[in-house]
Design a protein around this ligand. Structure first.
Ligand SMILES: C[S@@+](CC[C@H](N)C(=O)[O-])C[C@H]1O[C@@H](n2cnc3c(N)ncnc32)[C@H](O)[C@@H]1O
Length: 229
């Protein structure tokens, strides 16, 4: 039996359509594609990584798990070593939001693919940076590991209008509909914004005034979302 994935990678795996040829960008141990191949969910995967060490770990995993014949390993930056016609779905997990944006911007063909991203940081920058790439978030799914919540985003073609300060922080409420972890995520982000504002209110720097106002707007929007649950 295939070893279990962590809840974070399991949530990414569930967003990969059955039968799709997958590009797993920043694959490291290749746990995601190995599991999808082993369980028969997908027929083929291209695994990319920027560094030889992680790619060697990926090779070790796919050989040990008997799926190496259905994997192509590529040492490259993002999707630069992948042809658009080779894959149907792109997964980019476990990286900062700005790195993810850079990888998407360098491969405009991702707009024609199913695209699943799981940022570890800079989520607001990622949410706000998709429109210029002609992309938007169609759905956000939360995964919990211990006390930590991770966000998995399904991207879709087409730019949306600007997001409010609260939507930049947590995404659109309608993209989280039915998610049992949504109230917890909202509370976590509300508390984070309140702590950040408390820190800024002690600051005397004039440039912190605009940031403080953005946080007040975010808190008002987050409060409305919490009332709407
Ligand atoms: C923290 S690991 C995430 C591994 C796996 N995707 C996961 O979610 O568990 C991040 C990996 O991304 C790779 N990476 C970082 N920037 C990259 C880029 N621009 N292109 C390809 N790989 C990259 C790193 O070398 C590292 O192996």
């Amino acid at each position: 039996m295939a070893p279990r994935l962590t809840p974070r990678l399991q949530t990414v795996a569930r967003r990969v359509p059955a039968g799709s040829r997958l590009a797993d960008v920043g694959t490291d141990h290749a746990y995601l594609p190995a599991w999808l191949l082993e369980t028969g969910a997908i027929p083929f995967a291209v695994c990319t990584d920027l560094r030889p060490g992680p790619l060697a770990r990926a090779r070790e995993t796919v050989e040990r798990r008997g799926v190496a014949d259905r994997v192509s390993l590529r040492l490259c930056d993002g999707l630069s070593g992948v042809e658009a016609g080779e894959v149907d779905c792109v997964a980019i997990a476990g990286m900062g939001g700005e790195t993810i944006l850079g990888i998407l911007a360098a491969a405009p063909w991702v707009r024609e693919k199913t695209c699943v991203v799981q940022p570890m940081s800079s989520l607001a920058d990622l949410r706000g940076g998709l429109a210029p790439l002609g992309l938007h978030i169609a759905r956000e799914t939360l995964a919990q590991e211990g006390e930590t919540l991770y966000v998995v985003m399904d991207l879709a073609p087409g730019a949306e209008g600007p997001l409010t300060a609260a939507q930049l922080q947590v995404g659109r409420a309608e993209n989280h509909r039915g998610d049992p972890l949504w109230p917890r995520y909202l509370q976590q982000e509300f508390d984070r914004a309140r702590r950040a504002l408390a820190g800024l209110e002690r600051s005397q720097k004039p440039e912190d005034e605009a940031r403080g106002q953005a946080l007040r707007n975010a808190l008002a929007g987050l409060r409305e979302m919490m009332e709407g649950i």
